[in-house]
Design a protein around this ligand. Structure first.
Ligand code: SF4
Length: 413
């Protein structure tokens, strides 16, 4: 074996397996190949790829990103959707990924292939070996069957993964395995927020990981500090004024309303930035902004608030004393919210440049990746000298929680 192509499914499996291959085959030329159309949704696929790229950069292995061929994968596993993990769907899934790896290897002059899937304790080694050998033979290649789990491989992988602060997913990759895992519960992992990077969301984490990849590729030390917080999710909301549904948003941490709340306006109170509409029977409120409708970030942490609906100044004349309103609101609190701060440079550096990673659901209030990478490049020398650090805080819109945590992280010692 002189040229080995390694199929990579995720960075956690790769972090030890690639090192082991380099050690065991010091004369072989090794490259990685990330082909995983089984990962849903696409944002998760990108997140796992970015972390894989980071691992490969650290180990000094070139890695190729293959196209995200979701349709091809869905077609291949048709009829096997309800198979359990380690069942027939997984065999086909391995087959699809290894076949593509073998095709790439053949086309690019590799003589052997293998896969870091053999690292995972959740995968059947014998099935992987059989699939790998069959596919390799078809293309005139050798399949290297290495049981990376032997001799404490799993413990070494966990240690390396922790040291590198790698993202750990909580599901194998496909939506079918997730459906079985959650048994009909809401699956936030499959929800994408488009432009928004909500606190604790995959999009927020992806943003942090993209920045980290850039900073580390520029030779700068990075550290992520994760923190837990009570998260909040809007499930559904309706606001009607005189029976007409109106465009609105809901203030973060608003409580749910049971059923349908029908009420009338009791009073309107002027504030510098808004008019607060109080109702006759309920403690729910409507805020009429002095501007067009926009989401409002919280500037300090809070747990719950009475239901607060927000409308723009176009509705100012529609809400008067005695106006009929109808409100419905379903929200969810999640005590398992996890976000993170990213510190580039020395935590104790005197000067700090601050950014925030999250945004409101519509993408409002966030910074662009380019803005941060430019700042990293501009400050590279002073960061390396230890004079300056760049900190990217998480969960700002949920009450500036990342910044609060950063300034008070002694509470976790
Ligand atoms: S559970 Fe994992 S290996 Fe099995 S089909 Fe889904 S993504 Fe593929």
């Amino acid at each position: 074996m002189s040229k080995l192509l390694v199929h990579i499914c995720c960075r956690v499996d790769a972090v030890y397996a690639l090192r082991k291959l380099k050690e065991d085959f010091p004369d072989a030329y090794i490259e990685g190949y990330f082909y995983d159309p089984n990962i849903h949704p696409e944002e998760e696929y990108i997140l796992r790829w970015i972390e894989t790229e980071r691992v490969c950069n650290q180990i000094g292995i070139k890695c190729h990103l293959a196209p995200y061929e979701l349709d091809r994968w869905l077609e291949a596993v048709k009829g096997l959707e309800n198979e359990p993990e380690r069942g027939k769907r997984c065999t086909v899934c391995h087959d699809v990924r290894l076949e593509k790896t073998a095709q790439f290897a053949k086309k690019n002059g590799f003589d052997s292939i293998t896969t870091v899937l053999m690292m995972s304790p959740k995968k059947d080694f014998d099935v992987l070996k059989a699939v790998g050998e069959q596919v390799a033979e078809k293309y005139g290649l050798e399949f290297l069957a290495v049981d990376f789990r032997k001799n404490g491989g799993i413990e070494k992988m966990n240690r390396l993964s922790k040291e590198a602060q790698l993202y750990h997913q909580n599901y194998c990759g496909c939506m079918y395995a997730l459906f079985q895992q959650r048994k009909g519960d809401f699956i936030p992992e499959l929800v994408s927020f488009g432009k928004g990077r909500l606190p604790g969301s995959r999009e927020e984490r992806l943003f942090i990981k993209e920045i980290r990849l850039y900073a580390e590729s520029s030779g700068l030390p990075c550290c992520e500090e994760s923190f837990s917080f009570v998260n909040w999710r809007l499930i559904s909301s309706v606001l009607k004024i005189n029976k007409n549904p109106v465009n609105h948003t809901v203030l973060w941490f608003s409580k749910s309303i049971r059923g349908v709340l029908r009420d009338r306006v009791k009073e309107l109170i002027e504030h510098p930035d808004k008019k607060v509409v109080r109702l006759k029977k309920s403690s729910a409120q409507i805020w009429i902004l002095k501007t067009p409708l926009t989401e409002i970030p919280l500037d300090f942490p809070r747990f719950t608030t009475d239901p607060i609906f927000i409308v723009g100044n176009d509705l100012e004349t529609s809400l008067n004393i005695d106006t009929k309103v109808e409100l419905q609101l379903k929200t969810e609190f999640d005590e398992n919210g996890i976000s993170q701060n990213l510190i580039i440079g020395d935590r104790k550096a005197e000067h700090t440049v601050e950014f925030y990673s999250d945004t409101l659901p519509d993408g409002f209030g966030g910074v662009e990746l380019k803005e941060i990478t430019e700042e990293i490049t501009k400050n590279k020398e002073s960061i390396l000298k230890g004079d300056k650090k760049i900190v990217i805080y998480g969960a700002r819109t949920a009450g500036n929680i990342g910044k609060f945590y950063f300034k008070n992280s002694y509470i976790n010692i």
